[in-house]
Design a protein around this ligand. Structure first.
Ligand code: DAH
Length: 348
């Protein structure tokens, strides 16, 4: 085969290959062109290589150089096509350029529930008045919830309809037979006054404590009632404690929480564990609102825990935490606290 013919065929094939790789739109087209021109068995370059054998001996060096040039050019065209397609793919993946100056999506931070916040603040206020925090169980026995607080078995406050009694006998004895053991009757505590007893049983006077926590009563939920709510209980027992001390502490407490323009008022009342007893009202901005009860600790209660009523006297109070918080933030429905609607909770 004459050299001119060999190089002409080679150049035409090289041009066709370069055009094929340059116009390949996707990986399949590139692969098809690769097989057509660079295929190891039947590729066109391979065919051309066979033609090399038919060239005259003197022409071989020149023909070989032409062949190698064409081979390199076609391989370069393949590489270029592959790179072009990869670069395009990478572009698609990144999408629009990242703009580091655009403000990020803000993280929504949670916070303490408004009742928890209120409890923390009340602890703080009473702490400054020298009261330390005491605690007691939410599942109580009748001694601490009633008996020691001078609430005898016949008292209407012990009615099963007024309390969440627990069916402990049944729990211990699933068959429903009456338990032979003398398990005390248990209930969810209906008041935090239970903690007064627990503290005085363990601590000789003087005591100056507050207790904050959940209490339970089978009330139907409405704007001012909920079957579970929170109380803050206070107890101070020492020598020569009087009603004037009670009023002073409650006034300081109220003005610390609601502001100095708050007024407080006592109305005569009755609680089995205090004598005399009062209802505590607070007024702030508009009208009087009942906040809870208070009084001088009944001598029977002091005796029940082994204190000598001739030696010491004390005052106690129990106020509703939700009521205080509602008053301060003008919340008109106690149920809002327990719906867990973030639109409400976010406001605190
Ligand atoms: N335990 C009472 C209640 O739940 C509130 C109360 C009244 C607490 C008078 C006291 C008190 O400590 O002295 O209604």
């Amino acid at each position: 085969m004459p050299l001119a013919e060999f190089t002409a065929e080679l150049s035409a094939m090289r041009a066709a290959a370069e055009a094929a790789f340059a116009s390949a739109a996707d990986a399949d087209a590139v692969e098809a062109a690769r097989i057509e021109f660079l295929g190891a068995k039947a590729g066109k370059l391979r065919e051309a290589q066979k033609g090399l054998g038919a060239v005259a001996k003197d022409d071989k060096p020149a023909a070989g150089k032409h062949f190698n040039d064409a081979k390199q050019a076609i391989e370069a065209a393949l590489a270029a096509a592959q790179e072009r397609l990869n670069a395009g793919g990478a572009k698609q993946r990144t999408g629009p350029a990242f703009d580091a100056t655009v403000p990020g999506t803000p993280l929504v931070l949670g916070h303490l529930h408004p009742i928890t916040q209120t409890i923390e603040e009340l602890k703080d206020i009473m702490g400054r008045l020298g009261f330390v925090v005491a605690d007691g169980p939410e599942i109580e026995d009748e001694w601490h919830n009633f008996e020691a607080l001078n609430i005898p078995p016949s008292h209407p406050a012990r009615d099963p309809l007024e309390n969440f009694y627990l069916s402990t006998a049944k729990a211990a004895n699933p068959a429903g037979k009456t338990s032979a053991t003398n398990e005390p009757t248990l209930l969810l505590r209906s008041q935090t006054s239970t903690v007064q007893i627990r503290v005085m049983e363990k601590t000789p006077p003087p005591v100056r404590i507050i207790a904050l926590g959940r209490v339970y009563r089978p009330d139907t939920a409405d704007a001012t009632h909920y079957p579970m709510f929170h109380q803050i209980e206070g107890l101070l027992v020492d020598r020569h404690v009087t009603m004037a001390d009670l009023k002073t502490v409650l006034r300081l407490f109220a003005s610390s929480y609601l502001g100095s323009d708050v007024h407080i008022r006592f109305r005569p009342s009755f609680f089995p564990f205090t004598e005399p007893s009062v209802e505590v009202d607070m007024s702030w901005n508009d009208g009087w609102l009942e906040m809870g009860g208070a009084g001088m600790v009944d001598p029977h209660v002091l005796q029940a825990v082994g204190y000598d009523p001739d030696e010491v006297s004390g005052f106690a109070f129990g106020l509703g935490v939700e009521r205080l918080c509602m008053r301060r933030h003008a919340i008109d429905d106690i149920r809002e606290f327990y719906k867990n609607d973030v639109r409400f909770l976010q406001q605190f």
